[in-house]
Design a protein around this ligand. Structure first.
Ligand code: SF4
Length: 168
């Protein structure tokens, strides 16, 4: 209830941009849903013009966001409309992130969840090149250089040497 009160108060000055940073952390699942519904109602009623939702919870983005920007270790990995990120991710990190999520109606016995092996790098001394390199199953020599964030479609950009931007 406190969280929802803070959310309502945050709209009182008619903000152009509402930044919701880890707004569902430490909440139970049903409360997370209520918070997500509140964000959607803010948007649908025009109480805020734009929202930036920062979260580790992909499901809340699926419910609230038009566009998702995926970051890894402080760098942009992928940007695309929400449906594209969920259904047709191109960056290896995004792909592994989405495939690690449970699906409604699918039993563990039929499909084991796989996480992403390894850990994120220290940001005090980040690695050169692609920061996902140590965990990426597609990594090759070129990944020692930092990949550019390139447009591969009018509304889809990716930072990965394995993704071809020739169709943009
Ligand atoms: S640039 Fe290389 S290491 Fe980074 S995500 Fe692409 S293939 Fe993997």
């Amino acid at each position: 209830m406190k969280q929802r009160m803070v959310m309502v108060i945050s709209t009182l000055l008619d903000p152009s941009l509402l930044i919701a940073d880890e707004i569902t952390s430490a909440l139970d699942v049903s409360t997370q849903r209520a918070v997500a519904e509140t964000l959607v109602s803010f948007r649908d009623h025009g109480f805020v013009k734009s929202m930036l939702v920062i979260t580790h919870d992909v499901s809340i983005l699926y419910q609230t966001a038009d566009t998702i920007l995926v970051m890894y270790a402080g760098k942009l990995a992928e940007k695309a409309p929400t449906k594209t990120i969920i259904e047709q991710p191109r960056h290896p990190y995004t792909t592994m992130l989405i495939s690690s999520l449970p699906e409604v109606g699918v039993r563990y016995a039929n499909k084991k969840l796989s996480g992403i092996p390894g850990s994120p790098p220290s940001l005090l001394n980040p690695p050169t090149g692609c920061r996902f390199r140590a965990r990426c199953p597609l990594a090759f020599d070129k990944c020692l250089e930092e990949p550019p964030f390139i447009r591969i479609a009018p509304d889809h950009s990716v930072a990965c040497w394995k993704v071809d931007g020739s169709d943009a």
